[in-house]
Design a protein around this ligand. Sequence first.
Ligand code: ATP
Ligand code: MG
Length: 429
Amino acid sequence: MSQTLQAVRGMNDILPDEAEFWETFEEIVRSWLKSYGYRPIRLPIVEPTPLFKRAIGEVTDIVEKEMYSFIDSLNGEALTLRPEGTAGCVRAAIQHSLVAQQPRRLYYTGPMFRHERPQKGRYRQFHQVGVEALGFAGPDIDAEMILMGARLWADLGLDGIELQLNSLGQPDERAQHRAALVSYFEEHADILDEDARRRLYTNPLRILDSKNPTLQAMCAGAPKLIDHLGTDSLNHFEGVQRVLRDAGIPFTINPRLVRGLDYYNLTVFEWVTDRLGAQGTVCAGGRFDGLVGQLGGKATPACGFAMGVERLVALIRESGGEPAAPAPDVYVVHQGDDATRLAFRVAEGLRNNGIDVLLHCGGGSFKAQMKKADASGATFAVVIGDDEAATGEAQLKVLREEGVEQRKLKVDELADAIIGQLIDSDEEE
Ligand code: ATP
Ligand code: MG
């Protein structure tokens, strides 16, 4: 016997019940994006490896250890399954001169790939909805992106998602802060542990995350990035906060929020829930004014965010959200050659009228077919036997409602009768 094959670890099948839930989610997301003027862009899943190295940064976790990279065996090209969408989106915008004339509001959805340790809320193939505004310099677009998030949580019936905000300033301000940090740590060299000494010149920011209590006390007094921000950066940050306060959106300024990708500057933000365990960030983003230039385009300010679909879907379920069980309007039951031919005609005719129809396939007794009709959740069964076929008629039966007689109707009258009754029952609700 041959061995059964399994999906790659950390890469999930999304089965019909779940996939329908996703489709409902995606419909809400699409209409939300449209209401803010965002337009779709569809991008390749595979990109040249150097794109991610240049965009995300050589010394980030993603590039150092999470990318699915390979050499195209046919032409030797270095390729990577995209670990995120911003790099490809910016690459496409440059390649097709999308931002030459006007700013753009763009979004994409789809799978991303990162070689991480799979666990709840963290997968190797996961899905993002990514939103990018290219060509906008002011804090207004940053703020609007945050307002968008708040509206989506409301549209999805979610609460308790908290906003964390920070400003990373500009690269020169970060360099000054880093220098100040290094000299501060040098002054306290006597209490640095081995780890901290190793990081002192390679990545002093990481010392701030130390779990060593002696170091933590010392770190509390370390220079803060916010004190190295110039007037422009501070004004930008204040501009974002003003819109949020006006809109009544609560937020916490988290000086530790730095993001794992090198391309961010000024505003960064994350939306976090405590209901998903350790993987609580459902949406993250910020400004990346340097990226278009860094990838060879004309310097263009930009801002964006991405949300994790698996985490949001899990949160909707966690909050008790259930998808409306998708059911056909009509299940067509039929037996006998003439009846089957008429059943096909009836089913297509009903669909022409916008009615969702499941035509029974696979034969079986009337009784067995009626069981399937009940199980389908359909509102009506249309039943056609050879007697009905002979007179061009069908029985219309209301399912899951006791005491309602079934009616015999001419097949041409079915659509009107069904639509009429569907409207009536909608009004009663
Ligand atoms: P994390 O800190 O959770 O690793 P990140 O900072 O690496 O997240 P981003 O690159 O900003 O994540 O991606 C945006 C969003 O995509 C995250 O907030 C999260 O919701 C989702 N996401 C990221 N990595 C994964 C993954 N491996 N599995 C599922 N969702 C993910
Ligand atoms: Mg990560």
